[in-house]
Structure formats: C-alpha cells, structure tokens
Design a protein around this ligand. Structure first.
Ligand SMILES: Nc1ncnc2c1ncn2[C@@H]1O[C@H](COP(=O)(O)OP(=O)(O)OP(=O)(O)O)[C@@H](O)[C@H]1O
Ligand SMILES: [Mg+2]
Length: 258
C-alpha cells in the first residue's frame, strides 16, 4: 500500500479538488485506488455526488474499528472512497482526542484493512496543522503539497516543510514529498514568476502544474470528476500528468505497477 497525503498549510488551495481528480486519474492509469476524506468538511464526496450515510465513515471507526471496511463506498465512476462521515460534535471531539493520543492511528488502521499491496491511498486533509495533518504526515509514503503560484501560498511552504521534517521524515515507509502547483494562470505575470521560483526551488520534487480551468469548478457543481465532466479539458490533461509524475516517483522506490 502506498499512501499519498495531500496537504497544504493554507486553506482553499485545491487539496480536495486535486485529491478527488488525482484519485480518478490514478485509477484511469490502471491503478487500484482508495480515496479517503480525513477532513470534517466532508468535501471529497461532493466531487462524486456521494450521499453520506449516518453511521459510516472514518469518524466512526475509532469507536467501531470493524466498521471501517464497511465504510468503503463505490462512486458512480467506480472509485472506492471512505468519507469522513456524518457526526455530532461529541463524536468529532472523541475522534480528534483519539487521533491526538495515538499518533499512528490512521496508519495502523489502514494497514489493518489488509488491502492489496498495490493499492494507492489518496488522503484529503483539512488545511493547516491539526491532528488530521499529523496523522496524514505520519502515515504518508509520499506527501503531495498543493501550492498556488502566489506570494501568500509561497510564504507558508516553510511551515509545511518543517512539519514534514518533524512527522514524516523519520518514518520507515516515508519516501519523499512532492509539490503540485495549482491554479496556474499563464496570463498573470506574478503567477508565472512565482511558479518559476517554485520550479527552481523544488526542481525534481515538482510533480506537476495544474492550470486554472473553469472546467474544475463546473465539474464540482455537477458532482463529477473533471474526467467525466470535461475529459478533454486542460485540467484533465494536467492532472493525468500529475498522476504519471507520482507513479514515476513511486517507481523509483520499487513500486510495482498493478
Ligand atoms: N485548477 C483549478 N482551476 C479552477 N478552480 C479550481 C482549481 N483548483 C481548485 N479550484 C476551485 O477552488 C476552490 C477551492 O478548492 P478546494 O475545495 O479543492 O480547496 P481545498 O484546499 O480543499 O480547501 P480547504 O482548505 O477548505 O479544504 C473550489 O471552488 C475549486 O473548484
Ligand atoms: Mg478541502
């Protein structure tokens, strides 16, 4: 099992969008994928028009670990997805308290599912440092940092690199981190300048660039991945390239394509 943790310190940069569409792109490229929503916003399922059940989802797995396998949902496009789940405040607080007390809960729980070794897990996370981010960092094979080509996003990157150093880098299963530049706008000089700085700073850690594309937000409005809504769009092409970049990176670590 390979775990891709999609992270950013800044909110609204496109983590859920990238997680949902990258999961589909990896599946379209022939891989087995399990997408997991580790964010109480429950936003990942929106990309697939997924209705939420009351008692299933990650938030319930801490009190009923055996329920997690049953929480795996199949989207209309055939993607396997575990939602965060519908919760009361009491349930959310209890879950977060377990995550705080057991730093490897997510990793241990995922390995306990005994999934096929070739499965790629894509974890969507809430922004900023939280128990969710710590869990995603300690479980990650590869951290996928999503960043906008703007100054506000750029200045938060050192915080994320510090967190990777603290929580991921010493884990035996951790491979590396990579960066996806999202919402690239070729017509804006600042966008191009910051993207160039990011490319030279991260060099071969740059997984890919996803252009700003209205097809992305329209696809979400229709509850579809961009591959269903606009398979020939620039964004679909960009995200497929990111999926290829990730597979190449995992291959250097001996990952065998399924
Ligand atoms: N490449 C893109 N082109 C156009 N719109 C985009 C692109 N990427 C993301 N968006 C839009 O940006 C908004 C925020 O995206 P998203 O919800 O994925 O961010 P997030 O990082 O998951 O947010 P949060 O930090 O709240 O979890 C959405 O409306 C989404 O449709
Ligand atoms: Mg999100």
């Amino acid at each position: 099992m390979k775990i891709l943790s999609v992270l950013s310190t800044k909110g609204g940069v496109g983590k859920s969008t990238i997680s949902a569409n990258l999961a589909v792109a990896l599946q379209l490229s022939g891989h087995q994928v399990l997408a997991i929503d580790l964010d109480p916003q429950n936003g990942l399922g929106y990309h697939f028009s997924l209705d939420l059940d009351n008692d299933t989802g990650l938030v319930h797995a801490s009190s009923q670990p055996e329920s997690l396998a049953a929480s795996i949902r199949r989207t209309a496009s055939g993607l396997s997805l575990i939602p965060y789940g519908v919760y009361s405040e009491t349930q959310r607080i209890a879950f977060e308290s377990i995550l705080a007390q057991q730093p490897h809960w997510l990793r241990d729980t995922l390995y306990g599912l005994n999934l096929d070794p070739n499965v790629i897990v894509v974890l969507d996370t809430p922004p900023g440092a939280s128990v969710y981010m710590m869990q995603a960092l300690s479980a990650a094979t590869e951290v996928v940092a999503v960043v906008l080509p703007d100054a506000g996003s750029y200045v938060t990157l050192p915080q994320l690199l510090n967190l990777i150093e603290t929580y991921s880098s010493h884990q035996p299963h951790f491979r590396d981190y990579g960066v996806i530049i999202n919402q690239m706008n070729q017509t804006r000089l600042l966008s191009k300048d910051v993207a160039n700085v990011l490319r030279s700073t991260f060099a071969n850690r740059l997984i890919g660039t996803v252009h700003y594309d209205q097809a992305i937000s329209e696809a979400l409005a229709f509850g579809q991945s961009v591959f269903e809504y606009a398979p020939h769009s620039e964004a679909a092409h960009d995200i497929l390239n990111c999926a290829k970049g990730i597979i190449d990176r995992l291959a250097t670590d001996g990952y065998v394509v399924s």
